[in-house]
Design a protein around this ligand. Structure first.
Ligand SMILES: Cc1cc2nc3c(=O)[nH]c(=O)nc-3n(C[C@H](O)[C@H](O)[C@H](O)COP(=O)(O)OP(=O)(O)OC[C@H]3O[C@@H](n4cnc5c(N)ncnc54)[C@H](O)[C@@H]3O)c2cc1C
Length: 669
């Protein structure tokens, strides 16, 4: 009778999602002993869970969905991908409370019978551990009994059970993904890295530094995008353009203002010379010396451990490796504009070589895209003498930044002669004889722009096809899908850099590379979650736009309340002396506190100035610490200190000061 009553009570508690299932499970051990307790709880909890599941499915669907909307999303996604196995893992490692799993599962398409038996099997181990702890509790006869070895051990088992469960789930998951592949008995390498850009180079470097046997495969040029088509050539071009700009504005410095005369061919030759100067840092020779085997060729994953390499010398090689890092980068996105292929468009991949053959910059240049790359290139070419139309479909350039930043950027591009056409949609390209045109639409009106060159700078897309991801079934959605350890579906295959996202910077690629390499080589001991908490970036227009952490726009979107402090760089001695007195430092802090949540700097060398805030955020230093740090006079970096000073002024302890004033008055008596 007691058993029956207990059984019904347990079912009721579980079915009605009342609190107390865990206590009842312990009680089962105390009342009925291990075997009978487990039998009762196992069936009662599974039946009760299934009733709660049915209640949710048929009655509570709407209200539960309202209440647990976000958590439900995670569960649903899991069910879609892995169905029953996902429920099994939730039962084994209960990261969500028991009642919540029952209710939320009722809202998914899983079958009732499947839910029942998976719940029963999945919860069995946990039930045994809990009931066992209950049997030990029942044996306490005195206070001293609380510390009996049996009780301590059984409760320790309760504590470590989720960890063991997690290990079991990980092991099961691994078995499932690797099931159809046969693992080599031994491996040629510890690590194979696909791609020799920032992410690949740093991964290989770390591997070699810790004495791993590493092979790096690069299909084209060592150094990848950054060295050959991205950061390095664009910054070299920007420098020449800035000099031309200064010459043109000589009067600002008490010099004669003249129109700069130069050979564009020489400017481009300098760009290539600078690439060549940086090249040795990323060269095959350097990496070979560091202990990395570098193979020039195209790599393809043929199974989770084997990479086939079509070498550039025509040979094909297969190598096995315990771990692989995919660092295949991204390529420029070419929009599907009708007629685009009739007008010989350029991208960041092709413009450097194409323009190297020109004596003059293109007379009429269209730049598609109002992002960082589009803005940098538009301004640089305008300063070098091109007539530039920058076409951006959105309402403003640099859309990720605050509106006032976009306005400043637009104003400075416009001042340099760029025709910044925000709110203009590119419709098509047309070719008439030797003449090329782009047709754009603005507020229902079409405009036709004739150009001599057109650069597509509308974003870059991860390289996801052609090297085995499809065959291995590695999920991709704009980027290679990874978890927080940068593991793909296969825990021995990692991804880093542009191919993995979510950022597309050289420094984030290098940052991820550390995590990918360390997790790939030593993950069985300790895995590190990639840390995106403090990510800085800079758009190298003039004035530069640099940011780390939150801006006002994001704080607003995410409903985060912040204090905003500004310091205008127009008030800074050094900026005034340099005729660069424009821009600002804007700091977002926790209300009433000096903890920095984000910083935006617009101004000369903003990217360099930002470093102090990046350090502060990374290491939890507040604005008071920046204020208490000596900054050399007169430097641009003083802007950071003055901005911190502005914060201090806004947070004056008025009450305390009133007492100080009283005290000082009294001292004069
Ligand atoms: C114009 C421009 C300006 C930029 N400016 C900046 C800047 O100022 N600051 C900044 O931080 N970032 C900047 N970037 C972005 C930066 O260049 C990238 O974020 C960075 O290069 C990403 O590095 P990665 O290693 O992920 O990829 P990549 O550098 O693209 O390297 C990937 C490499 O993998 C190789 N590869 C691909 N598939 C295979 C295969 N199957 N087998 C063998 N090899 C393969 C490719 O050939 C390539 O060399 C800029 C980019 C552009 C285009």
């Amino acid at each position: 009778m007691t058993s029956l009553l207990f059984f019904v009570l347990y079912i009721a508690v579980a079915a009605l999602s009342l609190p107390g299932a865990a206590v009842l499970t312990l009680a089962a051990g105390a009342l009925f002993g291990l075997v009978w307790g487990v039998v009762l709880v196992s069936f009662a909890s599974s039946i009760g869970a299934t009733l709660a599941f049915l209640v949710a499915r048929f009655i509570l669907r709407d209200s539960v969905q309202k209440r647990f909307g976000d958590r439900l999303q995670a569960i649903n996604k899991g069910i879609e991908q892995e169905g029953a196995f996902y429920l099994f893992t939730l039962r084994l490692v209960p990261i969500f409370p028991f009642f919540l799993i029952n209710l939320l599962m009722g809202l998914t398409p899983i079958r009732t019978l499947t839910f029942y038996w998976i719940s029963q099997v999945g919860m069995l181990a946990g039930t045994v551990v809990y009931v066992n702890a209950g049997t030990q509790l029942a044996q306490i006869e005195s206070i001293g009994g609380i510390l009996s070895p049996g009780l301590v051990l059984s409760f320790a088992a309760l504590g470590i059970f989720p960890l063991i469960g997690k290990k079991v789930v990980d092991w099961l998951k691994k078995r499932r993904v690797y099931a159809k592949w046969s693992k080599p008995a031994s491996f040629d390498r510890n690590l194979i890295v696909i791609g020799g850009g920032a992410a690949g180079l740093v991964s290989a470097y770390i591997g070699a530094a810790v004495k791993a046997k590493v092979t790096l495969v690069e299909a084209e040029k060592m150094g990848g995008d950054c060295l050959n088509y991205g950061c390095v050539p664009s910054k070299a071009l920007i420098k020449s353009a800035k000099l031309a700009h200064h010459i043109r504005h000589g009067a600002d410095y008490g010099l004669e203002t003249t129109e700069p005369s130069f050979s564009f061919r020489k400017v481009m030759a300098r760009v290539h010379r600078i690439i060549a100067t940086v090249e040795p840092h990323d060269s095959i020779e350097r990496y070979t010396e560091l202990g990395v085997e570098v193979i020039s060729g195209y790599a393809k994953l043929v199974d989770p451990w084997t990479v086939e390499i079509q070498q550039n010398d025509g040979q094909t090689r297969r190598l096995t490796s315990r771990a692989v890092i995919i660092a295949a980068g991204a390529r420029p996105f070419v929009p599907p504009l009708p007629g685009l292929d009739t007008v010989e468009y350029l991208t960041s991949d092709t413009l450097w070589d194409t323009f190297a053959d020109l004596d003059e910059p293109p007379k009429r240049l269209v730049v598609l895209g109002g992002g960082p790359i589009g803005c940098e290139l538009s301004q640089a070419f305008a300063r070098l003498g091109s007539q530039v139309w920058q076409v951006e479909m959105g309402s403003r350039v640099l859309i990720r930044e605050d509106e006032e930043v976009s306005e400043l950027a637009k104003a400075s591009l416009t001042e340099d002669g760029v025709n910044v056409m925000t709110g203009h949609k590119a419709l098509r390209c047309e070719r008439e004889g030797d003449h090329s045109f782009i047709i754009v639409e603005h507020q229902g009106q079409e405009h036709r722009i004739e150009f001599d060159a057109l650069i597509c700078a509308v974003g870059r897309v991860a390289r996801l096809t052609g090297y085995g991801l499809e065959e291995l079934g590695i999920p991709t959605d704009r980027t290679v899908g990874t978890n927080e350890y940068l593991e793909t579906l296969y825990p021995n295959i990692f991804a880093a850099g542009d191919v993995a996202g979510p950022y597309q910077f050289t420094h984030t690629a290098a940052h991820q590379a550390w995590y990918a390499a360390v997790n790939a080589l030593f993950g069985e001991f300790k895995k590190f979650k990639v840390d995106y908490s403090v990510i800085p970036w800079t758009t190298f227009i003039d004035p530069e736009v640099a940011r780390v952490g939150l801006n006002e726009q994001e704080a607003g979107e995410r409903g985060i309340v912040v204090d905003v402090t500004r310091f205008g760089i127009d008030d800074l001695d050094r900026a005034i002396a340099d005729s660069a007195a424009h821009g600002f430092v804007k700091i977002l802090t926790v209300p009433g506190k000096d903890r920095i949540l984000g910083v935006t700097i617009v101004g000369e060398h903003a990217g360099d100035l930002l470093a102090e805030f990046v350090l502060a955020m990374k290491h939890g230093l507040g604005l008071k610490k920046i204020l208490a740090t000596i900054h050399t006079y007169p430097t641009l970096a003083e802007a950071n200190k003055y901005a911190a000073g502005e914060w201090k002024r806004a947070n004056i302890p008025h009450k305390l000061l009133a007492w100080v004033e009283k005290y000082l008055n009294w001292k004069r008596r």
